[in-house]
Design a protein around this ligand. Structure first.
Ligand SMILES: *Cc1c(COP(=O)(O)O)cnc(C)c1O
Length: 394
């Protein structure tokens, strides 16, 4: 019998410290990293009833999916490496060549680009509808091949709210699926699945992770066939999300209601102040009683966030830029949902829409962060002074 020889150091280092050990119970679940999943025996290699490869997600992914099921009132939630990936994968999961998809004209600009540039190449007809359409008009905009309605409520930049329950009922009667981008509500302020919508998608990048440092998306559904279709989309497209990023999603959920309440409180103070400024023609923010979307917001939403847009009286883009360049507490940058205040001009985003937005003048989007609103107002006052100075020079 051969004598038991010791493995060489290179071999021993491959196994050292790798034995499974019991974990102390921390407040948050442990982060497990892994592509390869080790099987207990040969028969398990092709037994797909359990996890055989890390791309499908491990414990942390399951933990966040479970928490998001709770948030969205879903039976299944799938995770994606960005909000945009969640929207595109969910649409691809249910559409096929020859179908028509109806998309709200106020969809997030990169979402629109995907429908225009990618789906049309695969024989899907893309039709836009005005967010001011009645539910009947929305359905009437689609032909006999209509398969999916993609809503975003409130819409990007201008925050038109869709009558989700009414559209969902009419769609269902025609065997048309509905999908809503639920990022504004962060899954918390509106429950699209309870309102009858089939798929609720979110950019967790925004309020859920909440610190402007993570990309993450989710798609939620109640129907088992749809959750299976989303599974297939994750698997067949090869999406995978880092467990570290997933952890940030779970961590963000813990403080989501508290942060959103403060964002909303600050935004309301800033919105009311903005409404009184002579340079401002309107403030777009559904919680404001004069908003054309206020009634639907009150009916279908339980709260607000920190996102609003200022519509100015007609003025040059140089004067808008002069205001932006004067702001010091508002960072100039895209995205929103972090703890900090941000501002952007609308650039050419509104010009890509098919239906005119009917705004009095140029639009500036503000994300109201968790700073003291009195300081934000002082910053905006300096910005408005700079806008006026620039107007005098124009
Ligand atoms: C930001 C955003 C997205 C995209 O999220 P990413 O994680 O940046 O890809 C999708 N929809 C809406 C409404 C958004 O605001």
């Amino acid at each position: 019998m051969a004598e038991k020889r010791q493995d060489a150091e290179a071999t021993r280092l491959i196994r050292a410290g790798a034995k499974p050990r019991a974990l102390a119970r921390t407040v948050g679940p442990p982060i497990q990293r892994g592509s390869t999943v080790l099987m207990p025996d040969a028969a398990s290699l092709y037994n797909h009833d359990h996890v055989t490869y890390g791309r499908g997600g491990l414990g942390m992914h399951e933990a966040l999916a479970e928490a998001l099921c709770e948030l969205e009132g879903a039976t299944g939630v799938r995770l994606f490496p960005s909000g945009l990936a969640a929207v595109t994968a969910a649409a691809m999961a249910v559409l096929r060549a020859g179908d028509e998809v109806l998309v709200t004209d106020t969809a997030y600009a990169p979402t629109r680009r995907f429908f225009d540039k990618v789906l049309t190449r695969f024989g899907v007809k893309v039709t836009y509808y005005s967010p001011r359409s009645t539910p009947e008009q929305v359905l009437a905009a689609g032909g006999p091949a209509l398969r999916l309605i993609v809503m975003e409520s409130p819409g990007s930049l201008t925050y038109e709210i869709q009558d989700l329950p009414a559209i969902a009922v009419l769609a269902r009667a025609r065997e048309v699926l509905t999908l809503v981008d639920n990022t504004w509500a962060a899954g918390l302020l509106c429950k699209p699945l309870a309102l009858g919508v089939d798929i609720s998608v979110q950019a967790l990048t925004k309020y859920v992770t909440g610190h402007s440092d993570v990309f993450l998306g989710s798609a939620a559904a109640k129907d088992a066939r749809l959750t299976h279709a989303l599974d297939e989309a994750v698997w067949n497209f090869g999406w995978s999300v880092s467990p570290d990023d997933v952890y940030q999603g779970l961590r963000g959920l813990r403080t989501l209601p508290t942060r959103l309440a403060r964002h909303a409180e600050n935004a309301r103070v800033v919105a009311n102040w903005l409404m009184q400024q002579p340079e401002v023609a309107d403030v777009l923010y559904p919680p404001l009683p004069h908003s054309p979307d206020h009634r639907l917001w009150k009916r279908d939403f339980t709260g607000a966030n920190g996102l609003l847009s200022v519509v100015f009286h007609p003025t040059s883009s140089t004067s808008i830029d002069a205001m932006l360049d004067t702001l010091s507490l508002f960072g100039l940058g895209f995205s929103w949902g972090g703890f900090e205040s941000l501002a952007i001009s609308s650039g050419d985003q509104l010009t890509h829409r098919r239906f005119p937005s009917g705004l009095a003048g140029p639009l500036m989007r503000l994300h109201i962060g968790l700073e003291d609103p009195a300081d934000l107002i002082a910053d905006l006052r300096r910005g408005l002074d700079a806008l006026r100075d620039a107007q005098a020079r124009d």
